[in-house]
Design a protein around this ligand. Structure first.
Ligand code: ADP
Length: 246
């Protein structure tokens, strides 16, 4: 359902993605691992066009775009791709002036033009799903990091995307709060949500991923089933990375 073909991205002339080819199947969980600075976050941000690649092609569902250096994307194309991709950020990025419920309703009412009544009912059901129905009226600063991140996930789900992109969703959390967030993600994986997750949680990756992608210096060095990448890799760069984080 998502295809990247020879994607290139640079910042101020410095290449960060050097020709990425990747296929993401519908209903599967893809986990991206790799050293800091290898381009994982940039890759994720290119998928929903928060960053615009200079070269290559991106297909998301039935939207397909070919990037050319210096060429601006059509607004319509950009919106078509963004509509299909939800994003969960490392630092939650909730609207601080809105309650948990308000955070979930905002996009549905403003972007999707749903009625307040419908948006409210969808939002309450999603808060229930992430275990926070009783915190609907709390503001972000009244919630723990783990609760804020679960609101962040529910907010992404509220827009009914085809795929959810997670950018290190647990790395800002105190260790005791990580489990609840990972559990929500495991439940989504089991329900067949398509997810692409940048994470340093190797135990989670091994347990939940259908596909593990190892990136280094802006390229995909290796990808495969978790047992192959974590247990049977013969690639020296992968092995070196895995040794370091153990
Ligand atoms: P990772 O997620 O693997 O840690 P990133 O994608 O965040 O890697 O970053 C890859 C490289 O791109 C890093 O060298 C980083 O400094 C650089 N980079 C990322 N975003 C920007 C930006 N907006 N402007 C300039 N350089 C950036």
């Amino acid at each position: 359902m998502i295809q990247l073909e020879h994607l290139h991205k640079q910042f101020h002339g410095v290449p960060v993605l050097n020709g990425i080819d990747l296929i993401i199947d519908k209903g599967k969980t893809t986990v991206i691992i790799g050293p800091s600075g290898s381009g994982k976050t940039t890759l994720l941000r290119c998928l929903n066009l928060l960053e615009i690649p200079e070269k290559g092609k991106l297909t998301v569902g039935d939207s397909r775009v070919a990037f050319k250096p210096g060429e601006k994307l059509e607004h319509r194309t950009m919106m078509a791709i963004r509509k299909q991709t939800g994003m969960v950020f490392q630092n939650y990025n909730l609207f601080p002036h809105l309650t948990a419920l308000g955070n979930l309703m905002e996009g549905q009412v403003i972007v999707q033009r749903k009625s307040v009544k419908e948006a409210r009912s969808v939002s309450l059901a999603l808060l229930e799903k992430v275990g926070l129905r009783d915190r609907a009226d709390s503001y972000p600063h009244e919630l723990s990091g783990g609760q804020q991140q679960r609101v962040g996930i529910a907010r992404a789900l509220a827009l009914n995307p085809q795929v959810i992109l997670f950018d290190e969703p647990t790395s800002a959390l105190d260790p005791e709060l990580v489990g609840d967030v990972l559990q929500v993600m495991k439940d989504l994986a089991a329900e067949g949500m398509t997810m692409i997750i940048v994470t340093h949680e190797m135990g989670f990756a091994r347990e939940v991923a259908d596909q593990v992608v190892f990136m280094d210096q802006g390229i995909i060095v290796e990808r495969g089933a978790p047992d192959d990448v974590f247990g049977r890799s013969r690639n020296e760069r992968t092995l070196q990375f895995l040794r370091k984080i153990q």
